[in-house]
Design a protein around this ligand. Structure first.
Ligand code: BYC
Length: 470
């Protein structure tokens, strides 16, 4: 990469062509990234031409280019949203002071840890999804999977850029570690729990992109408020791409519901046994997948009562999503009530910020459920999909390991253990879903468990050959 034309190979708006230090760091890291992509990225599709969008600028009108590309040749770029003139810190003890263009020494390690944690999730998700291409329900879906994968790769580049450009040797070491940890690895797992869960079927992928990518949206929105301006600008642009990932989740689950309703109509029955025998996903089974991935993603907001969250907010590193919507941006004089197994606990508002974010996140999660439930209602069925209580199946925070049902009711431990697979997928459920996962690759055709999408990608028809398999 030494004699490369940087603007051509790595689209960027960080003046990479004139930054020798950054070039050297990336020259060292980029071949390792490509090795990682070959080894841990989508298995077996390196020679396929995929209809992908590539970020080429931050211009709202034309930020992406669409075209057929082999994934290893994807132009992973580095983009920061445009700078806001005279940007000021919007929250915390230094609210109103100028935003930082460099990392203040006292926050260096905390900020690095936050960037590393964010960065770690991006390659983790690619690893989790690496085998899914072999069981895609259509070429349209296969293309969407690969689009998400290359963009998660770009989001890794975004965090590596920050580590290389602002954190010196420590940053370079952390950038290498981002490629050394692996999802589900017994010795070197990914940092956050959800990113070590296997995603071995497409129902899980749609749930993951619905629930877990939505955590990404909220975490990126909270970083978009950061006093550290390069982090804020990087995350603001990442949010543009993130929207598509959640779209894949929401429309994917909506298409599963649609197909199930068609099968229920054909059969004149809502009997799960008959629906499964007909090769579709019964609604109670879908509910179990929602319970699993929603509860796992709820953990990603951290503990209900958190001094880390308080310190990150007070020092200006991490705000609340859409911080301007709140009246008090300092939170030194207020308290919040937090729900714990010991009862409601009144704590300083700063310490309850993870809970504030979790609450906004859940509201956002409701939107898709309302849409799917409307479709179920219109089809004349009484069944309704729901989100589990924030107390259910938690492995972080106040409700860790509590025997609570999805409605939030405390049970006797033995009852909980006995009934758990009424609420999350059992081995048989997972085996059934896996049995549906037969690869469909004729352009325009869909697997029998999912309805076609309403429209194709970038105004192309659904029948378009989005991936040319070789
Ligand atoms: N698993 O005070 P606590 C995305 C750790 S997704 C394992 O409770 P805090 C994407 C925590 O790190 C967005 N460990 O919580 C989606 C801490 O450890 P240390 C990812 C966990 O710190 C799909 C300790 O427990 N971005 O982009 O306030 C595809 C006590 O922490 C977990 C971010 O997460 C867990 N679930 O908040 C692709 C943003 N939860 O530091 C991409 C960066 C907590 O004492 N991260 N711990 O060793 C953060 O802002 C915070 O670290 C967290 C935790 C919100 C995760």
């Amino acid at each position: 990469m030494s004699s490369m034309n940087y603007a051509e190979k790595i689209p960027n708006n960080v003046d990479l062509a004139h930054d020798r230090r950054l070039q050297r760091a990336l020259e060292h890291w980029q071949p390792k990234f490509l090795d990682w992509w070959q080894e841990m990225g989508p298995s077996d599709f390196a020679q396929s031409e995929v209809y992908l969008r590539t970020a080429i600028s931050v211009d709202a009108q034309g930020w992406a280019h669409y075209g057929a590309v082999k994934m290893p040749d994807y132009r992973w770029g580095i983009f920061l949203a445009d700078a806001v003139a005279d940007r000021r810190i919007g929250f915390g003890d230094q609210a109103g002071e100028p935003a930082w263009q460099q990392v203040p020494g006292e926050y260096r390690s905390t900020l690095r840890r936050l960037i590393v944690t964010q960065g770690d999730t991006e390659p983790a998700s690619v690893e989790q999804q690496r085998l899914l291409g072999h069981s895609c329900p259509s070429l349209y879906d296969l293309r969407n999977l690969f689009q998400i994968n290359v963009e998660e790769g770009r989001h890794l580049w975004a965090m590596v850029y920050l580590l290389h450009a602002y954190f010196g040797r420590d940053g370079r070491e952390e950038a290498e570690e981002l490629l050394a940890r692996h999802s589900g690895d017994a010795d070197k797992p990914r940092i956050l729990s959800t990113f070590n869960e296997p995603i071995s079927d497409w129902l899980s992928l749609y749930c993951f992109t619905y629930f877990t990518d939505r955590d990404g949206k909220f975490q990126l929105k909270s970083f978009a408020e950061s006093a550290f301006d390069p982090l804020s600008r990087t995350c603001r642009f990442m949010l543009t791409e993130e929207a598509h990932h959640m779209f894949v989740g929401e429309t994917g689950l909506g298409r599963v519901v649609k197909r199930t309703l068609e099968v229920m109509q054909e059969l004149g029955s809502d009997d799960p046994v008959r629906i499964r025998a007909h090769g579709a996903v019964d609604l109670p089974l879908l509910q179990k997948y929602l319970n699993f991935w929603c509860s796992s993603s709820l953990d990603l907001f951290g503990s209900e009562i958190s001094t880390n969250a308080a310190a990150s907010f007070a020092s200006g590193l991490k705000g609340r999503p859409d911080e301007p919507q709140y009246a008090d941006h300092v939170l030194r004089d207020s308290t919040s009530s937090v729900d714990t197994p010991q009862g409601a606990q009144e704590v300083p508002a700063l310490n309850a910020l993870n809970e504030v974010m979790r609450g906004s996140y859940l509201k956002d999660c409701e939107i898709g459920l309302k849409r799917w439930n409307r479709a179920i209602e219109r089809a004349g069925h009484a069944f309704r999909l729901t989100l589990p209580s924030t107390r259910f199946r938690r492995s972080i925070g106040a409700w860790i390991n509590q025997p609570v049902d999805p409605e939030g009711k405390m049970l006797a431990r033995a009852d909980y253990d006995r009934r758990l697979h009424e609420w999350i997928p059992s081995q048989e459920d997972r085996a059934f879903v896996r049995s549906l996962m037969q690869q469909v690759i004729e352009p325009g055709r869909m697997a029998g468990w999912i309805a076609p999408p309403d429209r194709g990608v970038n105004s192309l028809p659904v029948e378009y050959a989005y991936v040319s398999l070789s």
